[in-house]
Design a protein around this ligand. Structure first.
Ligand SMILES: Nc1ncnc2c1ncn2[C@@H]1O[C@H](COP(=O)(O)OP(=O)(O)O)[C@@H](O)[C@H]1O
Ligand SMILES: [Mg+2]
Length: 372
């Protein structure tokens, strides 16, 4: 729906400057592995793939110890000198959250090996998990431009949507691990605390640089439209299909827990809907059909209600809030790309937000009328 033909989705590809050196990593992991395996270990493969995501580092690792081969993924926290996307990063907490969900629900998750909160071995905390086979809807080029997901049948895509939403409902059935989440301050609701943290993140991201009037308008809109909240749950946070590994049209691993939070379930339901709209709008801007029938707002809400027994409420608010969260993250990522000389500062800072037209239309209450 937005009209902007100057958008290049590869612009938001991860800046490469924070990548680590594979040989250095191999040497360090060679030293570290026996400290946890308790026996000699051999690394047989180490690769840094170019994959979805851009806030942490993902390393593919094959290693053998005690006569067994292990196919692993190492997730490494960003180092402060990489000018990270987020100001603080608690990777050990992500590990413990995954452990919590794994032990209290049937949500499919990678097998967890070890978390190393000590930054000394690799220069930043990291954890090891089992590598899961399967397919992920790509971000670059967006899955809506042509991918396994556009190639399967409509029925198969309905299956993907259904199994995804069932899994989301399962995540929300986990007991809330209060000790692992930022809880609201006195007199604050979970949603207000969520908005406050986003505001703090934006204040940090825009420090010493031109802010985005659109984002600031978005915050005012959110303040004026805060709904009555449903009971808080453990929200996954980055609840989108690009963070799911699928096999046979069903999730086999839910990845990327860095945005997990304590808040209304609608945060995740709306993020799932919004991120598909984001990639769908990109496809339409590029003159492609995309997947207009996939993860439609009302279908997602109905399927979620069936799977969880909770009818999502106030989705207008939550989807607009999702667009605002995404705008702040995008503003931060673009600022970082400018810092690394990979992008030019636009004259109009709102142009740092790839989906500015979508957010503008949502704030004006005009977005959904333009959705086919
Ligand atoms: N356990 C795993 N098994 C297989 N691939 C993985 C696993 N964890 C991460 N990956 C790969 O790494 C990519 C990025 O992982 P993700 O957890 O989404 O991190 P981020 O988006 O924060 O960089 C995924 O898209 C996937 O390709
Ligand atoms: Mg990811």
């Amino acid at each position: 729906m937005p009209d902007n033909d100057s958008i290049d989705p590869t612009e938001v590809a991860r800046p490469s400057s924070s990548r680590r050196d594979p040989e250095w990593l191999r040497a360090r992991l060679d030293d570290w592995l026996p400290t946890v395996t308790g026996s000699p270990a051999t690394i047989t493969r180490l690769e840094i793939p170019s994959a979805n995501g851009m806030s942490s580092e993902t390393i593919v690792l094959d290693a053998a110890w005690e006569d067994t081969d292990h196919r692993l993924v190492v997730r490494v926290a960003p180092t402060p000198d990489s000018d990270p996307v987020f100001p603080t990063y608690d990777l050990d907490r992500q590990f413990r959250l995954i452990e919590h969900v794994a032990s209290t629900t049937d949500v499919p998750l990678p097998t967890l090996y070890w978390s190393e909160p000590d930054p000394r071995p690799l220069g930043a905390p990291f954890f090891l998990m089992g590598r899961v086979d399967g397919v992920i809807p790509p971000d670059v080029m967006p899955y809506t431009f042509g991918s396994w997901l556009t190639e399967v049948s409509d029925d198969d895509r309905r299956t993907v949507a259904g199994t995804t939403i069932e899994t989301l409902a399962m995540i929300h059935s986990a007991p809330v691990p209060e000790e692992l989440l930022d809880l609201p301050g006195p007199g604050e609701t979970p949603l207000r605390a969520h908005v406050r943290r986003l505001r703090e993140f934006y204040a940090w991201a825009s420090q010493g640089r031109a802010g985005s009037p659109l984002i600031e308008r978005g915050f005012s809109w959110v303040d004026e439209h805060l709904p009555v909240e449903s009971d808080p749950v453990l929200t996954w946070g980055d609840a989108r299909i690009g963070n799911i590994i699928y096999q046979d049209l069903s999730p086999v691993a839910i990845l990327d827990w860095e945005m997990a939070a304590h808040g209304p379930r609608e945060l995740d339901v709306a993020w799932l809907i919004f991120l598909h709209r984001f990639f769908q709008d990109l496809a339409e801007m590029a003159g492609l059909p995309g997947l207009p029938e996939f993860l439609r707002r009302d279908d997602v809400a109905d399927a979620y209600a069936r799977s969880s027994g909770h009818e999502p409420r106030d989705l207008d608010f939550y989807i607009t809030y999702a667009a605002l969260i995404h705008a702040v993250v995008m503003y931060r990522i673009q600022s970082r790309a400018i810092h690394f000389g990979q992008a030019e500062e636009p004259v109009d800072t709102d142009d740092m937000i790839l989906h500015r037209a979508t957010l503008e239309a949502m704030l004006a209450g005009a977005y959904w009328a333009g959705v086919r």
